[in-house]
Design a protein. Structure first.
Lengths: 404, 509
C-alpha cells in the first residue's frame, strides 16, 4: 500500500516535470523552470499553504473557518507592530499570538455559544479588518516611517539560505537547455536558492500535521469531532476541548502566514493579505481537506502567481495556457481510462480550445493576460478534484448530550 | 462475587425534562449473566433510562448500583470504567473512519507518541474471533451494511472491557435473518459471562431471547416477569405495556359504496434501465373501501405510490372521482383531497429540523388551516397541530420542538394525523403503523376505521400481514410489478398470503 503510494507520487511528479519541459521547449521560455521562479513560487506558496493548513486543523475538527482571512490580517498587524520595535523574530511571535487570539475568538463564538460558524467567521474577518485599521492609526501615525495605513519598517529579516554547492552547478545545467534534464536541475536548484527559514518551518508543519492528525491518538480524536462528534462524545472524548484546541491552533497557523507576509514585505500595510486567507481555504477544499493535496495546491497557486508577476511580453502567459492544456489532456486521459468517458472527453475538448488559443495568438490583450493564469488555475483545480469528501460533521454545531 | 449481587440495580430513579416527566420511580434489578429485556411503548422512557445508566444524563433522584457498589456517573467514560457499554439505536459510527478507528476511538493503544495500529488490529481480531463477530478492521465503515455496523458497535463495547451491555432497540434496523444472527451472538456473549440489557417493543423477539422482562409504562416500572418460570404470552406483555387489552386491526361491517374514488388503468412505471418496475396494472377503489396490496418489499409498491402521487413518471391513466389526474402535479393532486403516508418518513414526510407546526403545513401549505389562499396562517396551523397532538397522542413537550426531537413512533403519529386532516377522500398509505407501539397502533387503526365508515377510500401497503388482512376489504398480491392473485381477507391466513407473495402458491379468491 505504501509502496503503491510512493510509486503514484513519483508518477505524478514525473508527469509534471515532463509537461513543464515540453512547455518550456515549445515556448522557448527558460523562466518556466528556472531556480528563481521556483524559489519565488515557494515563497508565494508559504502564506497560502499556511492558511490552507490552518483550514485543515479547524475543519477536521468540524468548525468551518471562514475567518482565516481575519486571522491572517491579525498576524500581519502583529508582525508589523512588534517587528518595527523588536525585530523580525518578535514580529513573528506577535503575529502568531494575534492569529491564535482570532482563532480563540471563533472557538468561543462557535463552540461555546453555538453561533453559526459562517457568521462567526465573517464576524472575525470584519473585526480584524476594523481593529487593525483603527490600531494602525492609533499606533503608527506618529512614529517615524509609519503612517495611517502602514507600520514603520520591520527591523531585520528572517534568515534564508542559498547552498551554493548545490544550486550553482544546477543553475548552470539549467542554462544548457536540455530536455527534461535542465528542468529537473532548475527545480532542484530552486529548492536551495534563497530558501527562507519559514519555508522550511512550513514544510515541517505540513509533515507534522499529517503525522499528528492521522497517526496519533490526539489526531484520531480531533478528527472524530469533525466526523461524528456524537459518537466521540459517547466514547468519552471531550469534543469541545478538541474543537477549542484545533480552532485556536488554526488561528495560530493563519497568524504565522500573515506574519510571513508582513516580514517578507518588511512592513505592515492595511489590506496586505489580499484575500490569501480565502485562497488558502479554497486550496484546502481542492486538496480534499488533506495536507498533501493542500500543499500541492498552494505550490501551484504560488507558481502561477510568480509567472504572472515576472512576466515579460506575455511569454509566461502563453506558457501557462499551453501548460494548462497539457494538464487537462493528462487528466482527461486518466478519466477516459477509468470509464468516466463523458467528462473526460469534455476536458479533452477544453484542452483543445486552449491549444487553439495558444497557436492563434502570440500576443494577448492585457486583460486576458491578467486573468489567464487564474482561469488556468481554476480549470486545472476543478478538473483535478472530482471526488471531494469533506469531514461529515463539518459546520454542524455540536451540543453535548443532544442527539442528531 | 456471590450469585445474589445484582449486576445492575436501579432504585427510585426520577428524571424530569421541561414539560415532561421521562422517568418516575424506576426500580430495576438485573441478575448477572442474563439477558434482561426492558419493554415499553415509544416514549415510555426506556431510552432515557438507559442514557441515565450509561452516564449520558444524570437522574434527578435515585441510586445506581453496579455489582453491589453504589456509583454515580458524570459522563459515559465513568460508565465505561464501571464495565457498562451501550449499543445505540442509531449507530454512533463515523462513516469516513475505518472499522479499527471507530472501535479504538477514546481508548487508543499507543506506541511512543503514535497510535499503535498493529496492537489495535491484533486486539480487535482476538475479540472478534472469540465472540464470532467477524469484521475487517481496515474496511471503511461507509462501505458496510447494517448488520456489520451493529457488529462494530458491539465490538466497540467489548473492546472497552464491558461486562454489562445495553442494546437499545437493536433489532429495529435488522432484517429477520440478521436478527437471528444477533440473537446467536447475544447467547454466546451471555455464555461468556456478560450481562445484557435488551430494550425493545417487539414482544415476540423479547420472549425468544430474554431471561427476565421488565415492563415500563408511562415512565415507571410496572412489573417484571420471568418467561422461563412463568407462562407469559405477547398478549400478556402488551396488556402490561398499554394497561388495557391488546387491540386487533379488525374492521367490521361492509362500508363500501358505489362511487369509484380511484380508477387506475394500465399503469406502468419504467426503471432507469427501461425494464418495467410496475407492469401494466389496473384497479379501482370505491368510497369506503380499503384495498390492501401485499408483496415482498421491492416488487413495485413504492413506485405505485409515487406514480399515484405524481412523484414518478408513468404511463397509463389515473382517474380520481371521474377526473383524469394522470398529468396533474403533486400539489394539485393533494389539493383534490389525496392524503399520502410515504414509506420513508425522514426522506419524504418530515423536515427534521423544523418545528412540529411547520411540519403540519407540509404538503398542505395551500389549504386551510395553513393558508388563506395568499398568505400562510401560522396561528391556525399551530392550533390545528395542537389538535393532532391531542387526537393522535403524539408525546411531545410542545408543538414548537423540532421534529427530530420526537421518537420515530411519535413522528409517524404526527404524519398520520396530518394526512388524515382536512377530510381526505383518498388515503395512500405505506406502513402507516411501522415502528409504532401497540397503543398508538390501535389509535391509528381506529382513525382509519372511522374515516372508512365516513367514506374514505384507502390504498394500503403494509409489511405487517396481520394489519393488512385485518384492515383491508380487498387484497391484491403484487409480484415483480404485476398483480398475480387476489385474496379474501375474511378467509386468508398470513401464512397463505406470505406464500402467495413469493409466487409459490395460489390463494383462493
Amino acid at each position: 500500500m505504501n509502496i503503491m503510494r510512493q510509486q503514484r507520487l513519483l508518477g505524478i511528479f514525473g508527469v509534471a516535470i515532463a509537461i513543464l519541459s515540453i512547455t518550456r521547449t515549445f515556448t522557448h521560455n527558460p523562466d518556466l523552470t528556472s531556480a528563481v521562479t521556483v524559489s519565488q513560487a515557494l515563497g508565494f506558496a508559504v502564506p497560502i499553504g499556511l492558511a490552507g493548513l490552518a483550514g485543515i486543523w479547524s475543519e477536521r475538527a468540524g468548525v468551518v473557518n471562514i475567518g482565516l482571512e481575519g486571522m491572517m490580517i491579525l498576524g500581519t498587524f502583529g508582525a508589523g507592530w512588534a517587528g518595527y520595535q523588536w525585530g523580525a523574530w518578535a514580529g513573528l511571535l506577535a503575529g502568531i499570538v494575534m492569529g491564535a487570539f482570532g482563532g480563540l475568538l471563533l472557538a468561543i463564538a462557535s463552540v461555546t455559544f453555538g453561533v453559526d460558524q459562517i457568521i462567526a467567521g465573517t464576524a472575525v474577518n470584519l473585526l480584524a479588518t476594523g481593529l487593525t485599521k483603527f490600531l494602525a492609526i492609533l499606533l503608527f501615525t506618529d512614529v517615524v516611517g509609519g503612517g495611517q495605513a502602514q507600520s514603520p519598517p520591520i527591523k531585520g529579516t528572517l534568515p534564508s539560505f542559498t547552498i551554493e554547492a548545490i544550486s550553482s552547478p544546477l543553475i548552470a545545467l539549467h542554462a544548457k537547455d536540455i530536455f527534461i534534464v535542465s528542468d529537473v536541475a532548475g527545480v532542484v536548484a530552486g529548492l536551495f536558492f534563497h530558501l527562507s527559514i519559514l519555508t522550511v518551518i512550513t514544510v515541517a508543519l505540513f509533515v507534522f500535521t499529517a503525522w499528528l492528525l492521522w497517526k496519533t491518538r490526539f489526531g484520531l480524536r480531533l478528527r472524530s469531532a469533525g466526523e461524528n462528534p456524537w459518537a466521540a462524545d459517547s466514547l468519552g472524548v471531550n469534543v469541545n476541548r478538541y474543537k477549542y484546541m484545533a480552532v485556536t491552533f488554526s488561528g495560530l497557523l493563519a497568524g504565522l502566514g500573515g506574519a510571513y507576509l508582513a516580514i517578507a514585505a518588511t512592513i505592515y500595510r492595511n489590506g496586505q493579505t489580499a484575500g490569501r486567507g480565502f485562497i488558502g481555504l479554497a486550496t484546502m477544499i481542492f486538496g480534499n481537506w488533506r495536507p498533501g493535496g493542500t500543499g500541492a495546491g498552494a505550490i501551484m497557486f504560488g507558481y502561477i502567481d510568480t509567472l504572472r508577476l515576472i512576466d515579460s511580453d506575455n511569454k509566461n502567459v502563453r506558457g501557462l495556457i499551453l501548460l494548462g492544456a497539457l494538464v487537462l489532456f493528462v487528466i482527461a486521459a486518466a478519466m477516459i481510462r477509468t470509464s468516466r468517458r463523458a467528462t473526460g472527453i469534455g476536458f479533452l475538448l477544453l484542452g483543445g480550445v486552449m491549444i487553439g488559443g495558444f497557436m492563434a495568438a502570440s500576443n494577448f490583450p492585457p486583460e486576458v493576460a491578467q486573468v489567464a493564469p487564474y482561469i488556468t488555475t481554476l480549470l486545472v483545480l476543478a478538473t483535478a478534484s472530482q471526488n471531494l469528501r469533506p469531514p461529515a460533521a463539518d459546520g454542524v454545531p455540536f451540543r453535548k448530550g443532544e442527539g442528531h | 462475587m456471590s450469585q445474589n449481587v445484582a449486576a445492575v440495580e436501579l432504585k427510585g430513579i426520577w428524571k424530569r425534562f421541561p414539560g415532561v416527566i421521562a422517568n418516575s420511580d424506576i426500580n430495576l434489578k438485573v441478575e448477572p449473566g442474563t439477558v434482561h429485556a426492558i419493554v415499553g411503548e415509544n416514549g415510555a422512557g426506556k431510552s432515557t433510562l438507559m442514557k441515565i445508566l450509561y452516564g449520558m444524563q444524570k437522574p434527578d433522584e435515585g441510586t445506581i448500583s453496579i455489582n453491589g457498589t453504589e456509583l454515580s456517573f458524570a459522563s459515559p467514560s465513568d460508565a465505561i470504567d464501571a464495565g457498562i457499554g451501550m449499543v445505540h439505536q442509531h449507530f454512533m459510527l463515523a462513516d469516513n473512519f475505518t472499522v479499527l478507528e471507530n472501535i479504538v476511538l477514546g481508548s487508543e493503544p499507543r506506541k511512543g507518541l503514535s497510535l499503535n495500529f498493529d496492537k489495535a488490529r491484533a486486539d480487535i481480531s482476538a475479540i472478534s474471533s472469540e465472540n464470532g463477530l467477524e469484521v475487517d478492521p481496515d474496511a471503511l465503515v461507509a462501505d458496510l451494511g447494517v448488520g456489520d455496523r451493529q457488529r462494530i458497535e458491539i465490538l466497540k463495547v467489548l473492546y472497552r472491557g464491558a461486562k454489562i451491555l445495553i442494546l437499545d432497540e437493536p433489532t429495529a434496523v435488522l432484517v429477520p435473518h440478521e436478527v437471528h444472527e444477533l440473537f446467536d451472538t447475544l447467547r454466546d456473549l451471555k455464555k461468556a459471562g456478560n450481562t445484557i440489557i435488551f430494550i425493545s417493543h417487539k414482544l415476540d423477539e423479547v420472549l425468544s431471547i430474554a431471561d427476565e422482562i421488565t415492563v415500563i409504562r408511562r415512565g415507571t416500572t410496572v412489573g417484571s416477569v420471568n418467561p422461563h418460570t412463568q407462562e407469559v404470552s405477547a398478549q400478556d406483555l402488551a396488556v402490561m405495556m398499554v394497561g388495557s387489552e391488546l387491540p386487533t386491526p379488525e374492521t367490521r361491517g361492509d362500508t363500501i359504496r358505489d362511487e369509484v374514488v380511484l380508477a387506475v388503468e394500465n399503469l406502468t412505471v419504467l426503471a432507469s434501465g427501461g425494464k418495467p418496475i410496475v407492469d401494466n396494472i389496473s384497479f379501482q377503489i370505491r368510497s369506503g373501501e380499503i384495498l390492501g396490496i401485499a408483496g415482498v418489499e421491492g416488487n413495485g409498491q413504492a413506485e405505485i405510490l409515487d406514480a399515484l402521487m405524481g412523484l414518478e413518471n408513468s404511463t397509463g391513466t389515473v382517474h380520481f372521482k371521474k377526473e383524469d389526474i394522470s398529468n396533474m402535479s403533486t400539489r394539485n393532486r393533494r389539493e383534490l383531497g389525496i392524503g399520502f403516508i410515504p414509506e420513508d418518513r425522514h426522506r419524504q414526510a418530515l423536515l427534521l429540523t423544523a418545528p412540529l407546526w411547520e411540519n403540519r403545513m407540509l404538503g398542505h401549505q395551500t389549504l386551510a388551516p395553513n393558508s388563506n389562499g395568499f398568505l400562510l396562517t401560522p396561528g391556525a396551523a399551530k392550533d390545528d397541530t395542537k389538535r393532532i397532538v391531542e387526537e393522535f397522542d403524539v408525546r411531545t413537550p410542545g408543538i414548537d420542538v423540532l421534529a427530530s426531537a420526537l421518537s420515530g413512533g411519535n413522528q409517524q403519529k404526527l404524519i398520520v394525523g396530518r394526512e388524515m386532516s382536512g377530510e381526505p377522500k383518498l388515503l395512500i398509505a405505506a406502513h402507516p403503523t411501522r415502528g409504532i407501539d401497540v397503543g398508538a397502533q390501535a389509535a391509528i387503526w381506529d382513525h382509519l376505521r372511522h374515516a372508512r365508515e365516513a367514506g374514505l377510500a384507502v390504498l394500503l401497503i403494509s409489511a405487517d400481514l396481520d394489519e393488512l388482512i385485518g384492515l383491508s376489504d380487498t387484497i391484491k398480491v403484487l409480484l415483480r410489478g404485476a398483480f398475480v392473485a387476489d385474496a379474501n381477507p375474511a378467509t386468508v391466513t398470513p401464512e397463505q398470503l406470505g406464500t402467495a407473495m413469493t409466487g409459490a402458491g395460489k390463494v383462493s379468491a
